[in-house]
Write a protein that binds this ligand. Structure first.
Ligand SMILES: *Cc1c(COP(=O)(O)O)cnc(C)c1O
Length: 453
């Protein structure tokens, strides 16, 4: 085989039983490309075993190409990090009924933009809007692609060429390239910065409103950082009261947009959407896949006249939510409406699960493996919310040589297992591992512990 003159022709290879198999499995076009690529590799001097008088090594190359080319890069993983809203791992896992809703609406046709009563064209906006307005008590609601799009759209529609007042304490970068000042500029708004990095006063707002007639106010939640020490900001209700005197609009970029109070679970209180509206904000923007626990989405709720302007802006069409998102979001919101969010929405289940239940699972893991130690530790909410806030948890800690190498081997194969290292030990937090993943996790761990040196 290393003798190039003896390389088989593409045509002859296509006649082999192996090729017939590949064609059945991968299709003719891809098989042909893989055979050509493999032959080319050999001509270029790919290192084949010296004993390869057979065509076996060539076949293996073809097989390699075919598996690599058809392997999906978006794959499920087991999240044993204890970070509930892990942005790199896809933020919020969906509830069974959100998945069911996607399945039933997307496997066939749906009422996405069809009114079955009239038999005429309907509006895609209504699907989440009706539940949202009932749930939150807002006049109107709109769902777009993500919260970054929601903020950009709101400012583009309401504040183009207009001054927008924002405190320097709130010029935040959220991660993934979302920077409040840059999004504001992109919308065509004129940024009016007030206050200092650590402090802003109501009088700063008042001065700015006097100096910039027709200005809007943008309030942005700090989300992923904390303002501590010699720092202060006026209450949101004071800002909105002032805004009413000047007949100006207050937009609140809430980020995570919790609909439930996080305080009963030993976490700091994350401002809720309802509170923001009650405080008198005219428009509130938040994410669908942070503490709401649904699909990626940006949600705008508030005054009907503002939302009607926003819906008519050309960007609204460019950032509209798709049917999969709407199906999952409406089903997720229903859990809140039916008072079952804590038991049905995975993110809230993980926040609410008892410490004892977590300890029991960690002990079960330890029993199965006959190895490791169950130690107390900390989980976090993550996803750019509740910074520094932790939930006490129990971890299974494994003392293995070369912990880094062990972590890397955990990530091989499918599903990859994502864990972390604490004090040189590899630790696994049951809080973010679904019970139905235990078997895969433990089987893999048993295999690795038997072979890792
Ligand atoms: C997370 C966040 C965003 C961005 O939301 P995405 O849904 O990720 O686009 C914007 N603003 C704030 C305050 C946030 O916390």
């Amino acid at each position: 085989m290393n003798d190039l003159r003896r390389l088989p022709s593409v045509d002859r290879l296509l006649q082999t039983p192996q090729a017939e198999n590949w064609i059945r499995q991968y299709g003719r076009t891809l098989t042909l490309s893989a055979i050509r690529a493999a032959l080319e590799q050999i001509r270029q001097g790919a290192n084949l075993p010296a004993s390869s008088a057979s065509e076996e090594p060539l076949f293996r190359l073809v097989e390699d190409h075919l598996t690599r080319w058809t392997q999906l890069t978006l794959q499920p993983v087991i999240n044993a990090t204890g970070v509930i809203l892990h942005t790199n791992l896809g933020r919020a896992p969906l509830s069974p009924s959100a998945l069911q809703s996607i399945q039933t609406c997307a496997s066939g046709y749906s009422t996405l933009e069809f009114d079955v009563t009239t038999g005429k064209r309907g509006k895609r906006e209504i699907h989440a809007q009706q539940i949202l307005t009932r749930l939150i008590g807002a006049e109107d609601a709109l769902v777009v692609n993500n919260n970054a799009a929601a903020v950009l759209l709101a400012l583009s529609a309401l504040a183009r060429r207009k001054p927008v007042i924002i405190s320097r304490t709130q010029l935040v970068e959220i991660g993934g390239g979302f920077r409040v000042p840059e999004v504001m500029k992109q919308s065509g708004a004129k940024l009016i910065e007030i206050g200092t990095t650590n402090r802003v006063h109501l009088s700063d707002y008042e001065n700015a409103l006097q100096n910039h007639p027709g200005a809007l106010i943008l309030h942005a939640h700090h989300s992923n950082f904390r303002l501590i020490g010699f720092a202060s900001e006026p209450e949101l209700t004071d800002i909105t009261a002032l805004a009413r005197q000047y007949q100006t609009i207050v937009i609140d970029d809430l980020g995570s947009g919790a609909l439930l109070d996080t305080a009963p679970f030993g976490l700091e209180h994350e401002p809720t959407v309802q509170e923001s509206l009650q405080a008198g904000c005219d428009l509130v923007c938040f994410s669908g896949d942070k503490l709401l626990g649904g699909p990626q989405a940006g949600i705008l709720v508030g005054k009907a006249d503002l939302l009607s302007k926003i819906k008519k802006h050309p960007l609204a069409r460019a950032v509209r939510a798709d049917k999969l998102c709407l199906a999952a979001l409406a089903a997720t919101l229903l859990h809140y409406l039916k008072d079952e969010a804590l038991t049905e929405i995975p993110v809230w289940q993980m926040i609410a699960v008892s410490r004892e239940e977590i300890r029991q699972r960690a002990l079960n893991w330890q029993n199965r493996l006959g190895f490791g130690e169950v130690i107390s530790g900390l989980s976090t909410v993550g996803g750019g919310s509740l910074p520094e806030e932790t939930l006490p948890t129990w971890l299974l800690a494994l003392s293995v040589p070369k912990a880094d190498g062990f972590l890397a081997r955990l990530r091989e194969g499918s599903p990859a297992i994502i864990a972390r290292i604490e004090n040189d030990r590899v630790v696994f937090d049951p809080r973010t591992v679904f019970p139905q993943q235990d078997e895969e996790l433990l089987t893999k761990l048993q295999g690795l512990l038997a072979s890792h040196t």
